[in-house]
Design a protein around this ligand. Structure first.
Ligand SMILES: [Zn+2]
Length: 139
């Protein structure tokens, strides 16, 4: 099977591939309500993949309990697995986090909040943007 180029996908193709709720978050930069996401409090060991394209994005070893209502990671799996860009929507300046492979919306990253983590970054990611692949994570 040929490698799909997700950056060439039309909106129509994304709509066929994703559920309405997934499309809203991943392709329209929506946000799932806090506290309801399936991975908010998950501590299962594994790798979190992009639900849109399957790229590996985050690992359970960088997930932490932020009490913010969404899954939180203090670092992506690799620096080049996500793209960060300025987001001035909703009258705020935030940093949006996108999948580097398919440019789907994942969430936002916040810095300097005082969390007791190695980076003091909080990658606040929608559960619906992720799929957990359970298994041992190498360090
Ligand atoms: Zn992706």
């Amino acid at each position: 099977m040929a490698q799909e180029n997700f950056l060439d996908f039309s909106d129509q193709k994304w709509r066929e591939r994703l559920s309405d709720a997934e499309y809203h978050v991943l392709r329209q930069a929506g946000t799932e309500p806090p506290g309801i996401g399936e991975y908010t409090n998950t501590t299962t060991e594994g790798v979190y993949r992009c639900r849109a394209c399957g790229a590996e994005l985050f690992r359970s070893t960088e997930k932490f309990d932020s009490h913010c209502g969404w899954p939180a990671f203090f670092s992506p799996l690799a620096g080049d697995s996500v793209i960060e860009r300025e987001d001035r929507s909703l009258g705020m300046v935030r940093t949006e986090v996108l999948c580097a492979n398919c440019h789907s919306h994942l969430g936002h990253v916040f810095a300097g909040e005082g969390y007791d983590t190695p980076t003091d970054l909080r990658y606040c990611i929608n559960s619906i943007s992720l799929t957990l692949e359970e298994g041992p994570v190498e360090n």
